[in-house]
Every structure is written in structure tokens, then in C-alpha cells.
Design a protein around this ligand. Structure first.
Ligand SMILES: *[C@@H]1O[C@H](CO)[C@@H](O)[C@H](O)[C@H]1NC(C)=O
Ligand SMILES: *[C@@H]1O[C@H](CO)[C@@H](O)[C@H](O)[C@H]1NC(C)=O
Length: 360
């Protein structure tokens, strides 16, 4: 903004127009690079040329890949963790984060500007940041390692030990790689670009904000005479739960030009502008009740539901009022095990029946 002040007024206007026009050609619908999750592994010994052959990478991402071949296996692992965690967090919901098409990963679904899509962006960007950071701490990468700037004795009297997670590198790499798609794809959909970038950032913020101090006691017979501590990322399960909470409280936004700069503002003007850790979305979600290739919905027919729950996993809501069928299943278990001296265990076989309810 300072720069603009020094430019003649018309030139500044012209620049603004150019910037806005450029923005309008950017955009993205889809995070095709998530397809990397389907690969078994990417060896660091592979040549930079392999970057062209990786499925789902945009031109810009191929370039980042060529310069950072050794990091790519962490990107793959991050994508894999992200999909896995998404499926865990949404296992009881109508949309359960299933991949519609294993090659396209999420198929048409990502074209929507819904909060589910927002979540997928956030968790993917978090996945890359988390996986790259872990690789740094494990010493797998040449260009990063532990964060050794936290050291010495703390005010509480413990000793910082050497290896704290160095999230700066992981976060920066995730930003460079994941956001690259948003900056180059040709699209007039500036809203979507801003939405995706915002949610990518929210994912990384969750990794950053959930850093915690972990300590270990040393000393005779469990006494805590000497305590060493280091800073560590939360588990990815915890980060998934944080982002799921942000999903539940996500803000619906719309595009507005504030001082001629495009920005996302809450649709409900009683709400505060979204913070960096909030998840934002542009359109309401479909109900995901019936299969619909347009929205990537698989429908809920055949899903197992909980007869007694009033929440979304309950048969009423999950089956969208279509009703459910009950199957009785017989489970055979080992039971009444006895230990015989010496040395074997003998069990009996018990059967019990359980009812399973499945949406029509
Ligand atoms: C998600 O739901 C679909 C049916 O709607 C089912 O086929 C699939 O197995 C489910 N996926 C997971 C991960 O539970
Ligand atoms: C079903 O829902 C009830 C009530 O929410 C809960 O207590 C129970 O553990 C659930 N059962 C299963 C199998 O998830």
C-alpha cells in the first residue's frame, strides 16, 4: 500500500485494474494433488523428472516438486493422512468423506463452495504441514531438522532438550505447495480462490496453534529430578478434531470489495469477520441424502445407523426419513478363557446376536 502512495494516481489505478484482472484469471476447483495419497511411496532417490509423471500436480507444483524431490514423500503421506482423518471425523455423517472416484479423488464434489469442501482444503493443507514437520524432526530431510532455538533452562526449572518440532519449515512448505494451485489456475472465480486460500491457512493455523510442550522425567525410580521438555505438534487426530469443530462453527461468507480489494465477509453482518483459524464457505451444502453425481453425493442408502441416537448418526436423520432395515447378526467370540498351568489358555466359543440398522 505504501508503494501506491508514491505512484501517480492514474498509474496506481491502472495497476489496481491489472491486479484485479489477474486475480480474476486465477482460481481453482479441486485439489488434484490429493491423488498422491494413492501412491505407495515416493523415493527421494527418484529423479526430479518424475515430477512430471506424478498425477494431479499443477505446473507450478511440478516445479516445486523438482526443487524439493526429497519432500514429496511427505506430501504424499500428508495427503494420505488428510483423507484418512477426514473419513474418521465424518464417519457418522451423511457425507462421510468417501472418495467418489479413486482417480479423481473427490470427483465433482470439490467444485462446490460448501463447508465440506472447506474442510477438505483445511485438513489437506494441515496434513502436508504436519507430515513435512515430522519428517524434519526425524531427520529425513536435508533442508530442515529440529528446532534448536528453544533450549536452556525454563523459568519453571526444566531443561529444554534438543529436538522441538520445527513447524516453520513445514508450514512454509505447505503454503508454497498447497496454495500454488490457487494462484495459477485460470478461473474467473475469485471468490473460490479466496475461500480456498483462507481454509488452507486455517488448516495450517490449527497445526501451529496446537503445538504443546511435552516433558519426560528422568531420575531415580520415577522421581522427576531432571525433566526435559520439547515443543511438539499435537497428533493428527487432535488436529482433525480441532478442524471438525471449526467445520461445525464455520462462517458463511460472500465476496465484497473493501477499498476496492476483494475480501470475504460474513453473510450475516452481525458476525465478526472470520479470523485466520475460522473455516469459511460460500454456499449451503446439499443434503447428501440421494446419490447425485453433480455434487459427488453417494446417498445414505446402505449406511449403518444408530437407532437410539437423535443426532446425525441416528437412523432418522442419517436415513433422511426413508426408514431402515434391521439385520440380526451373530457374532462368535472366544469367552470364558482359562489359564492352565503351565502354559496354555483354553477358551469356549460363545455366540451373541446384535442388531444392525441399515438405511433403506
Ligand atoms: C461412506 O458411505 C458410502 C455409502 O454412502 C459407503 O459405501 C462407504 O463405504 C462409506 N465410507 C466410509 C469410509 O465409511
Ligand atoms: C448410539 O447412540 C446412543 C445415544 O447417542 C449412544 O449412547 C450409543 O453409544 C450409540 N451406539 C453406537 C453403537 O454407536
Amino acid at each position: 500500500m505504501h508503494l501506491v502512495k508514491f505512484l501517480p494516481k492514474n498509474l496506481a489505478k491502472l495497476l489496481l485494474v491489472i491486479v484485479v484482472v489477474c486475480w480474476c484469471f486465477l482460481g481453482c476447483r479441486g485439489i488434484k494433488w490429493l491423488a498422491l495419497a494413492k501412491m505407495s511411496s515416493i523415493s527421494a532417490k527418484q529423479l526430479p523428472e518424475m515430477c512430471q509423471e506424478l498425477i494431479g500436480l499443477a505446473k507450478r507444483q511440478q516445479k516445486i516438486c523438482r526443487r524439493n524431490v526429497e519432500v514429496m514423500d511427505s506430501v504424499r503421506f500428508g495427503a494420505h493422512m488428510a483423507i484418512d482423518e477426514c473419513q474418521h471425523q465424518f464417519r457418522n455423517r451423511r457425507w462421510n468423506c468417501s472418495t467418489v472416484d479413486p482417480v479423481k479423488v473427490f470427483g465433482n464434489f470439490l467444485k462446490l463452495g460448501t463447508r465440506e469442501v472447506a474442510f477438505v482444503h483445511a485438513i489437506s493443507s494441515a496434513g502436508v504441514a504436519h507430515a513435512v514437520t515430522r519428517a524434519c524432526s526425524k531427520g529425513d530431510l536435508q533442508h530442515c531438522g529440529c528446532d534448536r532455538t528453544v533450549n536452556g533452562r525454563s523459568a519453571e526449572g526444566f531443561e529444554w532438550s534438543g529436538c522441538s518440532d520445527n513447524i516453520a519449515f513445514g508450514i512454509a512448505f505447505s503454503q508454497k505447495f498447497v496454495d500454488a494451485r490457487e494462484r495459477l489456475r485460470k478461473s474467473k472465480n475469485i471468490k473460490r480462490v479466496l475461500m480456498n486460500l483462507h481454509n488452507n491457512e486455517a488448516g495450517r493455523k490449527a497445526v501451529e496453534d496446537s503445538m504443546q510442550v511435552v516433558c519426560k522425567c528422568h531420575g531415580v525410580s520415577g522421581s522427576c529430578e531432571l525433566k526435559t521438555c520439547w515443543r511438539s505438534m499435537a497428533t493428527f487426530r487432535q488436529i482433525g478434531a480441532i478442524l471438525k469443530e471449526s467445520f461445525d462453527g464455520a462462517t458463511e461468507v460472500k465476496l465484497e470489495h473493501k477499498k476496492k480489494r476483494p475480501a470475504l465477509v460474513p453473510v450475516n453482518n452481525q458476525f465478526k469477520p472470520p479470523t485466520r483459524s475460522d473455516i469459511v464457505y460460500l454456499v449451503a451444502s446439499p443434503d447428501f441424502c440421494e446419490p447425485d453425481p453433480k455434487t459427488g453425493s453417494l446417498g445414505t442408502s446402505g449406511r449403518v445407523c444408530n437407532k437410539t441416537s437423535k443426532a446425525i448418526d441416528g437412523c432418522d436423520l442419517l436415513c433422511c426419513g426413508r426408514g431402515y432395515e434391521t439385520r440380526t447378526m451373530t457374532i462368535v467370540e472366544r469367552c470364558q478363557c482359562k489359564f492352565y498351568w503351565c502354559c496354555y489358555v483354553s477358551c469356549e466359543k460363545c455366540t451373541r446376536t446384535v442388531d444392525e440398522h441399515v438405511c433403506k
